[in-house]
Every structure is written in structure tokens, then in C-alpha cells.
Design a protein around this ligand. Structure first.
Ligand code: MLT
Length: 284
């Protein structure tokens, strides 16, 4: 009997290639723009968002184009939160915002965390700077202890939400005078802190914990710079500000009386006057 024909076995075909997903394009930070003229970009502090610059946007908008982004995860950038919002990543976000707006050069300002980002911007995008505003900030990296505190806060906020944050941060970010005499400001800052997404808080804390020392970039700042510090700032106090200004070739220093770490919010009258005076001769 003839052998029954073996059932034909299809040649095994290699599986069709799986298309690699396109990498997500890096996002442009959402930003609020007021006024027209020389562009001034203002970077907010932690754990706030761009709304902290409302008094400056209002005061400068008569003569300048004031651009106030929300950094990763904060405010309107909630959907852009990342696990670790490093200062270089945030500086590159700002550069992308400038590209998006067709701006080659700007005056860049930042308060505290915003200042850390501004210094990262100096390192990475120096040719796009026409002037620099550094408020209540510093060039140094964290101590081991500060780093551990940040990472602990990152874990806690993800587990518990932001309810504990105002109590943990307000006594540090507002000066003694504001805490005692400016209840409406205390209320406004409390609300701003509470509204932030826990992922933004955690991402920024991890990013700040990982930031390098930026002292090396200070001598290379080749644009007019204004350094501002609240006299009651207990985080980056007057001495830190004076040292920062002394290390930058063309820097002015302003001490803001009766203001703490959030000097621009605590004494907008004084800070706005200084900004207008500083910015007047600068063209970009
Ligand atoms: C800020 O105001 O942005 C923070 O104090 C920055 C920091 O935690 O170092």
C-alpha cells in the first residue's frame, strides 16, 4: 500500500515586523503671554505654578511680552508630568517653547526652582539669553540630607496627596512679615500649593535632588543679570544671593526688605520697580 501522503506543513514564516512606536514628540510647555515687545520669560518656584508671576505679568505687560510657562506637571502642564523633572529637561522645554514662539533670544527669569532651571538654560542654551533674572535662588547642589528629604517628600505626596504640603512648605517659602501680616497672601499661596498635582511635586523633587552644582556656569554668564533676594528668605538668604551676584560678571543685587523666599509675590511693588529699571536698557 502506498504510504499516505504526509500532510503538507507550511514553511514557518517569520512574524511580520512589528512597527516601532514613534517616540512621542517632546511637549511644549503651556504658557500664558501678556503684552508685546522684548520677550521676558518667567519660570515659577516649587511647589507653585506660573500664576505666582501675576503681579509681574501685569506690571511689565505695558512694555514687554511676558511669557509665563507652567513647568512639567504644574498648573496647566498637568499632563506633562514625568517621574523625574530634571533641570536640563525643564531648560530644554523652555528652549522648545522659544522655538514654538519663533523667539531667538529672550530675557529669562526664575525664582528658586525657576532659577535652577534658568542656570541649566545658561549651560545649555546660552546664546539665546539677552538678560537674566535670578530671584531667591542659588547655584549649589543639595546636601545628602536635603536630597533624602526631597525623595521622602516625593514618596509621601504620591501616597497621601498634597494636603500636608501647605503646612510643610509655607513657613519656609513665606517670610515672617508675610506670615504675620499678609493673610490674603498666605491664603493665595496655600491654595496654589494645594492645587498642584502630586506627580508634579514628586517629579520636581526628584529633579531638584539630582541637579548638579551650577557654580561653573556663573562666570560664563555674559548678559546683564539682576539677582534679587528677600531679606527674610530662610531658604536662599541674603548671603547666598550676594555670593551669587558676586560670581556673575555683570550682575546687580537687590535685597527686598520685609519679604521672604517668594519675594516677587511678597513685595511686588519693590520687585516690579527694580525689574522695570533693570530691563529698560536691554534689547534682545
Ligand atoms: C522653590 O521655591 O522653588 C524651592 O524652595 C526650591 C527648593 O526646594 O530648593
Amino acid at each position: 500500500m502506498p504510504e499516505p501522503e504526509a500532510a503538507a506543513v507550511d514553511d514557518p514564516q517569520p512574524p511580520p515586523p512589528v512597527a516601532e512606536p514613534e517616540p512621542e514628540p517632546a511637549p511644549v510647555p503651556p504658557a500664558v503671554t501678556s503684552g508685546a515687545g522684548t520677550p521676558v520669560v518667567l519660570l515659577h518656584a516649587f511647589p507653585l505654578d506660573g500664576r505666582m508671576w501675576a503681579p509681574q505679568a501685569e506690571a511689565l505687560a505695558g512694555s514687554y511680552q511676558v511669557i509665563v510657562p507652567d513647568l512639567r506637571g504644574f498648573g496647566a502642564a498637568r499632563e506633562q508630568a514625568v517621574e523625574e523633572a530634571g533641570m536640563d529637561l525643564l531648560a530644554d522645554d523652555v528652549a522648545r517653547l522659544l522655538d514654538d514662539r519663533g523667539l531667538d533670544r529672550v530675557i529669562l527669569g526664575g525664582l528658586s526652582m525657576g532659577g535652577y532651571v534658568a542656570l541649566a538654560f545658561v549651560r545649555r542654551h546660552r546664546d539665546r539669553l539677552g538678560g537674566l533674572l535670578l530671584l531667591d535662588t542659588k547655584a549649589g547642589a543639595d546636601t545628602e540630607h536635603a536630597r533624602a528629604d526631597r525623595l521622602a517628600m516625593a514618596e509621601r505626596v504620591l501616597a497621601e496627596g498634597t494636603g500636608f504640603l501647605p503646612e510643610a512648605t509655607l513657613p519656609r517659602v513665606l517670610g515672617k512679615t508675610s506670615l504675620e501680616e499678609r493673610p490674603e497672601l498666605v491664603e493665595r499661596v496655600t491654595a496654589l500649593v494645594r492645587e498642584q498635582d502630586p506627580r508634579a511635586i514628586a517629579g520636581a523633587q526628584r529633579g531638584m535632588a539630582a541637579r548638579p552644582d551650577s557654580a561653573d556656569v556663573l562666570a560664563a554668564v555674559a548678559v546683564p543679570t539682576l539677582v534679587v533676594v528677600g531679606e527674610e528668605d530662610t531658604i536662599t538668604g541674603p548671603e547666598v544671593g550676594r555670593e551669587l551676584a558676586a560670581a556673575i560678571p555683570d550682575a546687580r543685587f537687590l535685597l527686598v526688605e520685609r519679604a521672604g523666599h517668594l519675594s516677587s509675590l511678597e513685595r511686588p511693588d519693590v520687585v516690579n520697580e527694580a525689574l522695570l529699571d533693570f530691563l529698560a536698557p536691554i534689547w534682545v
